[in-house]
Design a protein around this ligand. Structure first.
Ligand SMILES: Cc1cc2nc3c(=O)[nH]c(=O)nc-3n(C[C@H](O)[C@H](O)[C@H](O)COP(=O)(O)OP(=O)(O)OC[C@H]3O[C@@H](n4cnc5c(N)ncnc54)[C@H](O)[C@@H]3O)c2cc1C
Length: 395
């Protein structure tokens, strides 16, 4: 059997390792368009902050992978999937012409692919110090660009903005956060939890501006970012981090004939509409749901690897997203923003909430600095129980 995996992130590498645990003879080829071996994407902000070099993030050893018979080609970009011939056409830095690798089974684990752009004037015109954060190259660029800066901006209220806050404040750059809406992480947190996180942000001396639309980036005579024009005035900013999410779709997928909605459409066994082609990790849309967290990506990789080696299982989501926000533990379970019935308890040190659907079943929850309650909330969300918050916490 010949397995080809496109993408050497946590989901792709985990599929390879899980296959190899049970299957010692099949060939496994991973194509990765990145310049280094698989690394911890969730800690790239420490490279951008200048705390560690990029190669220290690497989480797999090349000798060990070679010993396991898992071949990984870095700097190798998959360009096209020829479904009829069952080959992947790719381009590597080592070869000026395209190369091919045949597969019996193909796994697409191309992740988020790249950071989303805002689409405003000046953004894509080569102005220096407009930053995105998706991969280790971006992180190294941010570290270089952020030297001697006077005023940083961050645009967007998604998770990447947490990284940008850590990066700019660690370099003592006065920082302003521009939010288009009325709250931070409003897609993931209810209003009271958003307020708590905003207090954490203010403790970092970051100014938060809400309900602001960005219109234009202005440059100086040396092509450096000079200011940001908004519908609320012009702000002098000489470096900006744009954190408005990730894009999944790439030309590779567009030209392949593989069904794509908000991600590659798969069932709970990661099967696409094309026989012998699977997708897992951030790129997969599993029965209508996409995911964007490390634990889900790894779990998908483990589950798909087991399926490919004969186990009769399917993906069961964990419902949990755990984050460290400025030294505070934030745990998000299921869908905590559906606010129809919302119960919460909090004091100055911790916050716990649950919310229910119209059938009175718990479908989401949030714990902030409340690790002791995480298991109860996780279980309640997973089993969609119909209990009060007090009953859950006493269960
Ligand atoms: C800055 C940042 C911070 C994050 N912080 C957290 C966090 O704190 N907690 C959390 O749970 N999650 C976090 N995430 C999300 C988490 O990193 C992802 O959910 C996870 O990495 C997804 O793994 P994956 O294997 O599906 O995809 P990825 O990690 O995105 O890996 C996909 C790989 O495929 C490669 N690729 C794409 N196209 C091709 C191609 N055509 N040919 C070859 N290779 C290709 C990509 O370059 C990439 O290396 C963060 C993400 C970012 C960007």
């Amino acid at each position: 059997m010949k397995y080809v995996i496109i993408g050497g992130g946590i989901s792709g590498v985990t599929v390879a390792e899980k296959i190899r645990l049970k299957d010692r003879s099949s060939s496994i080829n991973i194509l990765s368009n990145e310049p280094i071996l698989p690394y911890s994407r969730i800690t790239i902000s420490s490279v951008a902050s200048g705390n560690i070099p990029g190669n220290k993030l690497v989480i797999r050893n090349i000798d060990k992978m070679n010993n396991e018979g898992i071949s990984i080609r870095i700097n190798s970009e998959a360009k096209h999937i020829d479904i009829d011939r069952k080959v992947v056409i790719f381009k590597s830095n080592n070869n000026s012409s395209d190369e091919e690798v045949p597969y019996d089974k193909l796994i697409i684990s191309t992740g988020g692919a790249y950071a989303r752009h805002l689409g405003v004037a000046g953004e894509d015109e080569g102005i220096k110090n407009i930053e995105y954060l998706y991969n280790v190259n971006d992180a190294e660029k941010i570290n270089n660009d952020s030297t001697n800066k006077k005023s940083a901006g961050i645009i967007g209220g998604a998770f990447i903005s947490v990284d940008f806050i850590n990066i700019f404040t660690s370099k003592n750059i006065p920082t302003t956060l521009f939010l288009r809406g009325n709250g931070f992480l409003s897609r993931y947190l209810n209003i009271n939890a958003q307020k708590i996180i905003e207090e954490f942000i203010k403790e970092k001396d970051v100014k938060i501006l809400k309900n602001i639309n960005i219109n234009k980036f202005n440059k100086d005579e040396d092509n450096n970012l000079k200011s940001i024009e908004t519908d609320n005035g012009i702000y002098d900013i000489d470096i900006v981090g744009i954190g408005v999410g990730i894009e999944r779709i790439t030309d590779l997928i567009k030209t392949s004939g593989i069904k794509y909605m908000n991600g590659i459409s798969v069932n709970k066994r990661f099967e696409t509409n094309i026989p012998d082609v699977y997708a897992c990790g951030d790129i997969a849309e599993i029965e209508g749901n996409t995911f964007g967290d490390w634990l889900s990506a790894r779990l998908m990789g483990e589950t798909l690897g087991a399926i490919l080696t004969g186990e009769n299982i399917h993906f069961e989501e964990e419902h949990v997203n755990t984050l460290n926000m400025f030294g505070h533990n934030v745990c998000i379970f299921g869908n905590p923003t559906c606010d129809n019935v919302n119960e919460e308890v909090f004091d100055s040190n911790m916050y716990v909430s649950i919310n229910k659907d119209y059938d009175n079943r718990i479908v989401g929850g949030i714990c902030i600095d409340s690790k002791i309650h995480m298991n109860q909330i996780k279980k309640a969300v997973k089993n969609k129980v119909s209990l009060s918050l007090e009953q859950v916490l006493n269960s």
